[in-house]
Design a binder for this molecule. Sequence first.
Ligand SMILES: *Cc1c(COP(=O)(O)O)cnc(C)c1O
Length: 369
Amino acid sequence: MCGSELAYIRQAHAHGQLAGNGPFTRDCQQWLQRSTGCRKALLTHSCTAALEMAALLLDLQPGDEVIMPSYTFVSTANAFVLRGAVPVFVDIRQDTLNLDEGLIEGAITARTKAIVVVHYAGVACAMDAIMAIAERHGLMVIEDAAQAVMSRYRDRALGGIGHLSAFSFHETKNVIAGEGGALLINDDRFVERAEIVWEKGTDRSRFFRGEVDKYTWVDVGSSYLPGELIAAFLWAQLQQAETITQRRLAIWTRYHEAFAPLERRGVLRRPRVPADCQHNAHMYYLLLRDQARRDAFIAAMRDCGIMCVFHYVPLHTAPAGRRFCRTHGRLTVTEESAARLVRLPLWLGLEEVQERVIDGVWRALGGCM
Ligand SMILES: *Cc1c(COP(=O)(O)O)cnc(C)c1O
């Protein structure tokens, strides 16, 4: 969806500051703070970068453990592996495919420092239970909210609940900037240091606010800021975030209603959204009965000219996952879901051809019993 993106890019160019942390960056950050209630938002060049910042802020030492799902994108784990930490994978829930909160405590050891939750498809993890576990064991909670911009849980914005959270504005997400992300800080203790890590380990942000008379190297850090052209594009997208979400929800709901009869016949399983989750329609997926049927479905859809994809290769089965991570217990739901899941196209503008996709699904599966 397109609004003021190009006008704002022109404005950023005319303003003359193309480096980061300019007026558009500040507009975006204030918007994120208002809409999630977080203490501080910092734009980054990706969600991956925001997760790396979170791992730096936790001061993880080699051998420290971080509990997370294996059913996720590689960056969830990689950000922590870069610090020498060990991702410990636990299984996911049958219904939401999110981290199974009932398995977390069994995976905690003396080395555990954090729990990383992934709000799969923009549907919230059981955050109240997870925050309570973290508090009991003195652990930090990081939300990988890459897919969850504009989603809510018990009337709180996702990204605004864990100690630190990461958003993605990658072009495959709902609200986009090409490549982009944000670190959200909900725990006051991290605010000052997060700005330093963000600005190459310097106190440049304090210098700009006039709090110090020169800036210098004070801590570890890197260059995590996007330039103002990216922020200008993103600012236009954020202004349309509500409309984007409503339009996606309409597409999602149309799929959901169209496939109800197929679910009743036991041919597929539709996504489940618990009553306390308000999702953002990031994704529409189907779970077929087994991998053979899923693969045949993808082939049948391709024959009708409709591209459907699946994900993820569970991280514990990937070469780097086997090398850097360990599992706690069996990951049966993870493995079965990865084998059975297929994503349907979901993008703005799909409305015009959505009936064709729905027909394709019915043709591929309607005859099955
Ligand atoms: C997309 C995604 C990321 C990575 O986001 P980038 O902005 O591309 O770095 C991380 N985690 C999850 C769960 C994602 O879906």
